[in-house]
Design a protein around this ligand. Structure first.
Ligand SMILES: NC(=O)c1ccc[n+]([C@@H]2O[C@H](COP(=O)([O-])OP(=O)(O)OC[C@H]3O[C@@H](n4cnc5c(N)ncnc54)[C@H](OP(=O)(O)O)[C@@H]3O)[C@@H](O)[C@H]2O)c1
Length: 292
């Protein structure tokens, strides 16, 4: 199967992720675990069906993490999709664990990172992870902390052949530069959507360098984006606000890859259709005012 296998009809087409090729319309698997991203889902059969739909619809980029569940989402992905189509690329994250309260404490010492990479390999049933993001900061956002020791640990695992590409998540521009002195960074996954545009300059800089930018919470995460300007544009287009939010992200920059999350087969299809909405120059101008 060719690396570019996937539906030519997915909005956004294809994009390079390091030396891999993925559909710009990807899938975020976090919502498949139980409430609060802890434990198994109420309906595991539905989760497996959503994952099979993802692949059947031609999506070739799934975003996950060992911390989802923990270890629940990765095992669902394996149960639904193994053996994986050659075209499918599963991106995971390390650097945070889960505590009993459902918190996400950092786990970026070398031992924790090595353990997390091996657990991802085991749970996903892979010999090599296509892309591992080092997740920095905390739930409140990025923090200006050094990344060298943690990124060097992952670079060593990359040299050992366990990881193909490295990325960063929840990272500041300075941390990206610091990591790039250690090993190439092919993707950055940060919080960004129509209403949260702190990374505008960073996105343009990464586009200049050919690095993918993967916004998490593209729909607003646990509280969907709400804005009267967004609702007005959506009403004009007879579309949902969330559809417009996805279509806007695809138009925002060619290095943006979408990973909207859903546990619903219907929402998955709605989101694909929505991301393909044509937006006029007037629509874009109105939407551009929201995050500023
Ligand atoms: N790097 C990080 O630190 C980090 C942090 C958070 C997330 N992520 C990644 O980013 C991905 C995306 O983020 P996310 O899933 O948290 O947030 P999101 O994609 O912004 O939004 C997901 C939420 O929107 C709902 N939704 C999706 N489509 C919908 C539709 N068509 N109509 C109505 N509601 C809809 C989902 O509920 P339903 O299930 O009911 O559809 C879910 O509650 C995650 O899956 C994860 O892979 C990374």
């Amino acid at each position: 199967m060719s690396d570019q296998h996937g539906s030519a009809s997915l909005p956004g087409g294809f994009r390079a992720l390091g030396d891999l090729t993925v559909t710009r319309f990807g899938y975020g698997a976090m919502q498949l675990a139980g409430p609060g991203v802890m434990g198994p889902p109420a309906d595991p059969g539905n989760a497996l069906t959503v994952l099979r739909d993802v692949v059947d619809l031609g999506i070739t980029h799934i975003d996950t993490a060992g911390a989802y569940g923990p270890r629940v989402t990765n095992r669902l992905i394996r149960a639904a999709l193994y053996p994986y189509p050659e075209s499918l690329h599963i991106v995971t994250k390390v650097g945070a664990e889960r505590d009993r309260q459902g918190g996400w404490p950092p786990a970026r010492d070398p031992g924790s990172l090595r353990r997390a990479v091996h657990e991802n390999l085991e749970d996903l049933g892979l010999d090599v992870l296509d892309l591992v993001n080092l997740r920095l900061g905390d739930a409140a956002g990025p923090r200006p902390e050094p990344v060298a020791e943690a990124f060097e640990t992952l670079a060593e695992l990359q040299r050992q052949g366990l990881i193909r590409h490295l990325g960063l998540s929840n990272a500041t521009p300075e941390q990206i530069v610091e990591a790039q002195a250690i090993a190439p960074v092919v993707a950055v996954q940060n919080l960004y959507n129509l209403a949260h545009r702190d990374d505008d300059r960073l996105i343009d800089e990464l586009a200049r360098q050919g690095i993918a930018y993967v916004p998490f919470f593209p729909l607003g995460g646990f509280s969907p984006i709400q804005s009267s300007a967004l609702s007005a544009v959506a009403a004009r287009l007879e579309a949902s606000p969330l559809s417009v939010a996805l279509a806007w992200l695809l138009r925002r920059s060619p290095n943006i890859l979408l990973i909207p999350g859903t546990s619903s087969r219907a929402h998955l299809r709605e989101n694909i259709a929505g991301a393909g909405l044509p937006l006029s120059a007037d629509d874009l101008a109105d939407l551009d005012k929201i995050g500023h």
